[in-house]
Ligand binder design. Structure first.
Ligand code: SF4
Ligand code: SF4
Ligand code: SF4
Length: 521
């Protein structure tokens, strides 16, 4: 590794550069069209997230306790070397970009801000410049002259800013002829930043709660049980039936895991009503776990497998402890990505579960199978006041598997919606399925400190929503991601829409499922 020869400067300067202040912002105007904006250099440079300063939590997570470490340059380059060796794809991505420009206008954060550093190639370029300067022998490449930079304090601040203006949605990779995945580069960059003490507050505060309480809300088992009792009482009042949400039941057939928001937040909780009715009506024994009371996994936002593994392990330990036969996951994008794509590389093959069923299985696949087999009945007319469109959550559409078919992540939720409503409208084809736009808040950006960038990053998706609202009177946006639900309910009012127009796919199931004598299985 070449020597670092730029002048040492006091650490304090960086802390001043990174002093977080609430920022004003303009809400993008909605016209129904996604227009590529003119370049606005530095337009979003002021939007960076707050740092995490809780020393006890930082210690538990294994990060430096006092902010930026004094020997940060050396540590940064050491960590970067380790990361480049560990994630061969990241090193490959550093080498193979031909700067064709195909990705430049594909990122929602570029479209929403016009800031050239939000072009995926430029975001990657922040890492590539350091890679060229510090890891490629000088004089080897023309690139070395044109695109290398010394690791300075200013560069460090750019990293912390623009690698937290990426929601790791992978949309840019769909358009790159080489499949370069900026999301992986962002995850690696965040791992490097964490190692030198630049730890983002929102993600790590929640990750800490999740590791030590078993859920993102820091909720103790009694609080979960209270909430469930409330839901059961409400279900009884609504339906006259004893629809249960069993807790910690040994030998149940199914362990159900969901984001903890499903137990408390609106509109998430309406999907919980839907899941409960599906299990009840199908007559399948199930349980939730107070130990694994969180499906979502904020560890996946950073390429640090250790933290992701710790959170993920609770689910498989609970499944063993409760001696269930199946694990079914609820509506959450990154939860499903970790469960479906990473779990079996972390904790084994789960061959002790019943292999006649997918391991794990998504609740949408589970419900659709029951609908197709007529094990549950649906009355579409119960949703006749809704004209529905569907937002493909990108962690599912571009990061996960569902139903064992290539189109499963797109088609399975749509088939449930179409079974539950009479009026379904697609948004424009460049904004759905594989080409879906992120909601603007994924992978660690949902905190209030990032509201300005969340609003701007949501612009392309909101334009597509505006189009179908104006043309077809769409009044319900269906989703299967907890973060998307939180983001859209937060920003719909900012754009002048009603937050009640946002909800889960199982919210539609909740309204349309016919309850009666158990039949069909
Ligand atoms: S599309 Fe791929 S190869 Fe082209 S500039 Fe973007 S990252 Fe580089
Ligand atoms: S992964 Fe998504 S957010 Fe990140 S640069 Fe690519 S398109 Fe933008
Ligand atoms: S919050 Fe939803 S849309 Fe945004 S990155 Fe996550 S899955 Fe994608």
């Amino acid at each position: 590794m070449p020597e670092i020869n730029d002048e040492e400067k006091p650490v304090k300067k960086i802390e001043e550069l990174m002093k977080w202040e609430r920022q004003n912002y303009e809400v993008p105007e909605l016209s129904g069209k996604i227009i590529v904006p003119p370049l606005k250099t530095n337009a979003s440079r002021k939007y960076f997230p707050q740092l995490f300063k809780n020393k006890e939590a930082l210690k538990r997570l294994g990060y430096p306790l006092d902010g930026l470490v004094p020997d940060w340059r050396e540590k940064f380059l050491q960590k970067m070397k380790e990361v480049l060796n560990k994630y061969r794809s990241v090193k490959l991505f550093m080498d193979i970009c031909v700067r064709c420009g195909a990705c430049t206008d594909k990122c929602h954060f570029y479209l929403g801000t016009g800031d050239p550093l939000n072009m995926p190639v430029a975001r990657q370029g922040l890492m590539r410049k350091i890679y060229m300067n510090h890891f490629i022998p000088a004089g080897n490449l023309i690139h070395h002259v044109t695109s290398s930079e010394v690791l300075t304090e200013e560069m460090l601040v750019l990293w912390y800013t623009y690698f937290y203006q990426c929601s790791e949605c992978r949309r840019c990779s769909v358009f790159c002829p080489y499949g370069i995945d900026t999301a992986e580069i962002t995850m690696a960059a965040r791992e490097i930043l964490n190692s030198i003490g630049l730890v983002q507050r929102y993600t790590h505060e929640i990750m800490d709660k999740s590791q030590y309480f078993g859920n993102n809300l820091g909720m103790i088992p009694a609080a979960l049980k209270n909430s469930i009792e409330f839901v059961e009482a409400d279900l009884k009042e609504q339906t006259g039936k004893d629809i249960k949400i069993p807790v910690d039941i040994k030998d149940a057939d199914v362990l159900f895991v969901s984001p903890s928001a499903d137990f408390f937040a609106t509109p998430h909780i309406e999907s919980l009503y839907g899941y409960a009715k599906v299990f009840h009506q199908a007559g399948i024994s199930w349980t939730v776990s107070t130990y694994a009371s969180e499906g979502s996994n904020f560890g996946s936002f950073v390429s640090n497998y250790n933290n992701m593994k710790i959170i993920n392990k609770r689910i498989w330990d609970a499944a063993k402890e409760l001696r269930v036969k199946r694990v079914v996951g609820g509506e959450c994008g990154h939860m499903w990505r970790v469960l479906s794509s990473y779990s079996n590389t972390m904790w084994g093959k789960f061959d002790w579960l019943d292999n006649r069923y997918p391991i794990p299985q998504h609740i949408c696949e589970f419900t659709l199978d029951l609908i197709k087999r007529k094990a549950i009945k649906i009355d579409k007319t119960m949703n006749d006041n809704f004209i529905v469109t569907y937002h493909d959550s990108c962690q599912i559409a571009r990061g996960s598997e569902m139903g064992g078919t290539k189109n499963g992540p797109y088609e399975i939720p749509r088939q449930i919606i179409k079974a539950c409503v009479n009026k379904f409208i697609e948004m424009p084809k460049d904004t759905i399925k594989e080409r879906t736009f992120c909601c603007g808040a994924g992978q660690g950006l949902l905190g209030d400190d990032m509201l300005p960038i969340r609003v701007k990053g949501s612009m392309p998706r909101m334009q597509a929503i505006k189009l179908v609202k104006d043309k077809h009177n769409v009044n319900f946006l269906a989703l299967i991601c907890a973060i998307c639900k939180a983001q859209f309910t937060g920003i719909f009012p900012i754009y002048g829409y009603n937050m009640e127009e946002v909800g889960g796919v199982h919210q539609l199931v909740n309204r349309a499922i016919v309850l009666g004598e158990k039949e069909g299985l």
